[in-house]
Design a binder for this molecule. Sequence first.
Ligand SMILES: Nc1nc2c(ncn2[C@@H]2O[C@H](COP(=O)(O)OP(=O)(O)O)[C@@H](O)[C@H]2O)c(=O)[nH]1
Ligand SMILES: [Mg+2]
Length: 442
Amino acid sequence: MFESLSEKLEGIFKKLKGRGVLSEENVNAALREVRMALLEADVNFKVVKDFIEDVRQRAVGKDVLESITPGQQVVKIVHDRLVELMGSTSASIKFGSRIPAPIMLVGLQGCGKTTTAAKLARLISAEKRVYLVSADVYRPAAMEQLAVLGRQIKAGVFDAGTLRDPVRICVEAVEQARKDGYEVVIIDTAGRLHIDDLLMEELRKIKEKVSPAEILYVADAMTGQDAVNVGTKFNELIGIDGVIMTKMDGDARGGAALSLKAVVGKPVKFVGIGEKIDALEVFHPERMASRILGMGDILSLVEKAQATIDEKTAREMQQSLRKSDFSLEDFRNQLKQIKKMGSLKDILGMIPGMGKMKALKGMEPDDGELIKISAIIDSMTKKERLNYLIIDGRRRKRIALGSGTTVQDVNRLLKNYIDIRKMMKKISSKGGVKSLMRNFPF
Ligand SMILES: Nc1nc2c(ncn2[C@@H]2O[C@H](COP(=O)(O)OP(=O)(O)O)[C@@H](O)[C@H]2O)c(=O)[nH]1
Ligand SMILES: [Mg+2]
């Protein structure tokens, strides 16, 4: 998500922060580069123009240029402006007071509505009883697709039987949900390749009959500015309360996510980051801005950890991440837990500074590699595990032999470990992750 934009901005700001003194021309030059980077990320042209102009006005003042840390001040201005651009605070779903609360998903065909309906049901079902209904009577197997997903997450799914009218289906589903004591009904609607009058008419009727607590527009990030234009139309014709941006895991440049709030006026509430049922995240503008600027996202990391492993393990993990004597044994345990949470690269990218560590880029162990790493560490003596410095060439050979690997494997593991250890040292020497977050990079 936003990798290429993030890399460019980090490069631009690194130059800026390296200077002790900044002139107006320095700022303008940097902002020209920021402008290019945003346009290349497919952010709406007008949004970019306003963004740059606004940052310029705030950045070239005396307060900033004559401060002790002008470069960092400029980065902070860009950061704050990015947060505003994405809607400032994370916007949660408003369920209203009616029970059940209908949540209606709308969007073009293939944008990910059905998948997202199930993902959203899974997220919400941590707190509320959720019922799913498909109003897609056109695409063969559309209803079955939702039913299958619904079974996976153990949510209730409305059986439309012989009903063929989408509006009736929704009305009866809400009625059924009420009878069965569900608190939320997620309505998955049909899509079309393009916006057309018939579809809009149908969606309007469903809206009128069901009065959804929220209508969420599901946007495919891969379609770039089209997603923004289509969103504008849906908002004009139906009225939307927020956006779910799917496929942010793909090569989408992310520009749509940065433009939607400014253009359509509705916040992105969730982002889809994969095909799996758990690949949906609450969208946090503040954290996203930090991530884009390479400032890491320790909060998301902790949240993700808490969702996957229990809170106690998460706390221990945080503690050992901070521990200065991060031993090879800790390293092995971390890898095991991180594996449980999903992609190592994603997780490490959230730790301040980690995103920048090239050494980590290629290091995303699959299960096979994890077994290898465990085998190597198992073949070490306790003394070696606690003090890697004593592992000389002779010991490396012995460890390789004992673990059925090669000396190169052992070398690589030690190098990765030493790199990560350096990171950990940095984090702990500044008085913990929290203080690092506060001071980094301003
Ligand atoms: N990579 C990725 N694929 C997604 C995401 N959301 C949906 N998809 C895929 O997009 C395709 C269309 O999804 P579907 O839910 O059927 O779209 P619908 O026509 O709007 O209901 C499916 O292959 C999904 O697996 C996402 O966040 N990331
Ligand atoms: Mg569908």
